[in-house]
Design a protein around this ligand. Structure first.
Ligand code: SAH
Ligand code: SF4
Length: 407
């Protein structure tokens, strides 16, 4: 049975309300910004590089959230740091654990200025040999793809660098994925055996509409001296913000996924309305020019299977024609329903026929098994607390999902 824990009243179990608004967090600063901050509080410039490296190690290799455990830093400096700064994590409002091991956390971040906190969802998907964390980049989304639940929620705001990174750090805290604090100093976190081995920017929001923050967060996540996730294990998914695809390739250098979903402009204009601004020909050009793509580093094209809309064998044929000359793999995503959604998922037979066709044309086309459906953690089902499902809607959804399984 799926497990859901509402932690709102369980402050004794988690450190609550520790996002202290009048102390700046050190998480999310670049090396250079961190060094500058240290100089500003009086650390001699000569020492600043060494101190920055030490702090970086505690923050991102050890994952500590308390200055007092930083044993190689003098007590005076630790006191100074804790007077001025914080390393605190957001409140974990809810944790859901699916029957299939998928976990979803509802995290609450304060919004300085407005006083109104925001809530976002982060999902962990364990698989054989790897574990993928699905990270949000915005609260809500400005785009409104017809099949996506997040798209029905207006954009509330962009997430900061700190908030993007904290999703990864909270997941690692919760999964026990940071090394034990008692391991010898200087310990290097082994790349193998990590619970979070991959991250995908496929949660709420359009990452390329929050470019600068996503860029800085991903560069910190892939920094070899810190969280050290390989850029090959980081995938950024976009609905097709063409000018920023080029920048993502040049300035971030992570793997690219495109939410394609339709193979002609007429249908894509409807399903993924950003297509009206950046039509397929421009999108495909941006993919052709994405740096470092090869057979070993392919672009992923996501294709949600919508019954009677985009799932015919003609669509499959046109998809293959469209992708000609691009090192691509195609992720076929069975549509995940949500209350009020106007689409239906294609039947399994049709999905398999579609996959077989594409496969025979030489493209890998795995059908993505829906994960965490019982806790509404699947693609496109994320939506923040402010608009969470009412019980009646939830029951309606469960009925839809059980009907969906009979397709
Ligand atoms: N905004 C970005 C990233 C977040 S969406 C983007 O659109 O790429 C992550 C993936 O989930 C996208 O491919 C999106 O098209 C897909 N998705 C959205 N709603 C879905 C649904 N209801 N069922 C299946 N996949 C969905
Ligand atoms: Fe936004 Fe992506 Fe959902 Fe489209 S699919 S509404 S771009 S989050």
């Amino acid at each position: 049975m799926a497990l859901s824990v509402d932690l709102t009243n369980a402050s004794e179990r988690l450190q609550f309300n520790n996002m202290i608004p009048n102390r700046k967090s050190l998480i999310g600063l670049t090396h250079e910004e961190l060094r500058q901050v240290l100089i500003d509080i009086g650390i001699p410039e000569k020492q600043s590089r060494m101190r920055t490296a030490q702090l970086w190690h505690w923050l991102y290799v050890r994952g500590v959230s308390d200055f007092s455990v930083m044993k190689n830093i003098s007590k005076d400096m630790r006191n100074l740091l804790s007077e001025k700064f914080t390393l605190s994590r957001p409140d974990i409002v809810e944790e859901h654990i699916s029957d299939d091991g998928t976990r979803k956390w509802l995290l609450r971040f304060p919004s300085p200025g407005t006083g109104k906190p925001v809530e976002i969802e982060t999902v962990y998907i364990p698989e054989e040999g790897r574990g993928t964390l699905c990270i949000s980049s915005q609260v809500g989304c400005t785009l409104n793809c017809t099949f996506c639940h997040t798209g029905t929620q207006k954009l509330v705001r962009n997430l900061s660098v700190e908030e993007i990174l904290l999703q990864l750090m909270v997941a690692r805290d919760q999964l026990g994925d940071f090394p034990n604090i008692d391991t010898p100093q200087g310990a290097i976190v082994p790349g193998v055996g990590r619970k979070v081995s991959n991250i995908v920017m496929m949660g709420m929001g359009e990452p390329l509409y929050n470019f600068e923050n996503v860029k800085t967060a991903l560069l910190i996540a892939s920094d070899p001296e810190g969280l050290s996730l390989s850029k090959r294990r980081i995938t950024l998914s976009t609905s097709g913000v063409v000018p920023n695809i080029k920048r993502a390739g040049e300035e971030i250098g992570v793997m690219l996924a495109i939410s394609l979903h339709a193979v002609n402009d007429k249908l894509r204009d409807e399903l993924v309305p950003i297509n009206k601004k950046y039509p397929l020909a421009e999108l495909m050009d941006a993919c052709r020019n994405y740096p470092n793509v090869s057979n070993a580093r392919r672009i992923t094209f996501e294709y949600v299977m919508l019954k009677g809309i985009n799932d015919s064998l003609e669509d499959a044929r046109d998809l293959v024609i469209l992708l000609k000359g691009i090192h691509a793999k195609i992720n076929l995503i069975p549509f995940n329903p949500w209350p009020g959604s106007r689409h239906e998922c294609s039947g399994w037979d049709q999905i398999e026929k579609f996959a077989d066709f594409v496969n025979q044309c030489g493209y890998a086309s795995p059908i993505r098994r829906p994960r965490g459906q019982d806790i509404l953690a699947a693609c496109g089902q994320l939506k923040s607390e402010s608009e969470r499902l009412r019980i009646r809607e939830r029951l309606a959804l469960e009925a839809m999902i059980s009907g969906h399984g009979e397709n």
